[in-house]
Design a protein. Sequence first.
Length: 462
Amino acid sequence: MPSREEVRKHASLESCWIIIRDAAYDVTSIIGSHPGGPKAILRYAGNDATKAFESVHALDTLTKHLSPKQHLGPVGNQEGISGIKMQETKSKRLGPAAKAELRAIISIRDFEVAASRRLPPRAFAFLKAGADDEFTAQWNRDSWKAIRFWPRVLRPIESVDTSTVILNNSFSAPFFICPAGGAKLIHTEGEVLLTKAAGKNSILQWVCNMSACSPDEIVRVKRPGQHVYWQIYAANDLEITKKEVEKAILLGFTGIALTVDAIRAGKRERDARAIILEAIADDDADDDDDDDDDDDSFSTGPTVQRPATWAKFDWDSAIKWLRSITDLPIAIKGIQCWEDAELCMKYGVHPWLSNHAGRQLEGAPSAVDTLLEIRRRCPKVLEACEVIVDGGVTRGTDIVKALVLGARAVGLGRGLLFPLAYGEQGVSKAIRILHHEVETAMALVGVSSIEQLSSLQVRSYL
Ligand code: HEM
Ligand SMILES: Cc1cc2nc3c(=O)[nH]c(=O)nc-3n(C[C@H](O)[C@H](O)[C@H](O)COP(=O)(O)O)c2cc1C
């Protein structure tokens, strides 16, 4: 991540960097061919050109005319993980331009659009990527639209209470922050900012063991009485994961999830393409003596890699192993059919209906699909367990629909990661937006508390 001081050193025809919206760009190669003339750019060499640039150009000019290599990343002082340039850490406060952008954001989808402009292209690609053609990722979003409410009217509703209990602990809302690695691609402070925003708004954060912030750092910033839960992948060396879980419990994490839908990474082409293109751009000295038969770029792994996962678990051994470590509530994350939800019930754990944001198996069912199947085939699960869902949630109405269908809690991955491009303030605003939308939806369907949602019906077009 270049500092402003470093950018200032590149102020000549030979090496010309400029800053636009708090990010630096190497524009040396376009000076000579710039349609507005070289002087227009050179006047701002080494400096902030935001105002002059934006008065003439659309923001996508930069993506269209500069290679990923020329996007130098947000101006700051630290290098990010995976070689990707990061958000500035020093300034806790947003600059005036970012503040204005944040003011203009009024929905979760707005945050995605803003993040696509604000983040380095490779970081955005990592977050956004789904498996293969990304139709499962898209289906996750679309399937919420295939559910319609049957609202009740003329019910006196003076205020709406969105608070609920998720795995024994109370929260202000039924939605939560999903476990997700890669928060440091968005902001150098990463997950701790999610913890702060979750604490401030009294919602649940489910932290992952792939998080770039340690559990100690998370616990350090959490508020008194704030509950955070811990998610694991079981590593090939189970002892290591066991120690991790024990440590998390000692630190005060009060719920556990085991993710089971990712024994290997899905084929995330958007992410792989960004990695490959960056490597090609960096590889100026390619002498082309590689044997094309050896080119296996199609199997490029994701930007954030994780160690190999223990793939030998079956239901008995997995639950026995977990129960040998803890009595805390356990969720099994990545349940994708009613039969496995029924097994969760049998084993006394909670089914977390998720297809990992459509990043694993293309063609996997959405949480809505699985929830509907559970209602048809094994509705007892909804009484015996707390059913958790996630995938494609961007609206308060999605959350309320999930609850009417019988879910207890609804997770958001990208929906609360993209706002991190605006730091803790961004995440807090996203949570407030969702809160407002949930409250509005509840009033409009005719309920004033979460418990009353179970008395409602919805119509499914799936
Ligand atoms: C340092 C800030 C910059 C200033 C002040 C500036 C100014 C200008 C001006 C005055 C024009 C002519 C507009 C017209 O004919 O109506 C222009 C055109 C253009 N500039 Fe820049 N420019 C800047 C940076 C850049 C950068 C960094 C790029 C590419 C990455 C770029 C790409 C273009 C292109 C493609 C056009 C043609 C018109 C268009 O497609 O927008 N400019 N610029
Ligand atoms: C960038 C990213 C990283 C993720 N990392 C993890 C992870 O480490 N562990 C996990 O169980 N799920 C992970 N997930 C999946 C989320 O927990 C969640 O299931 C999913 O994001 C929900 O879908 P949504 O992003 O459409 O809201 C990740 C998702 C994304 C987008």
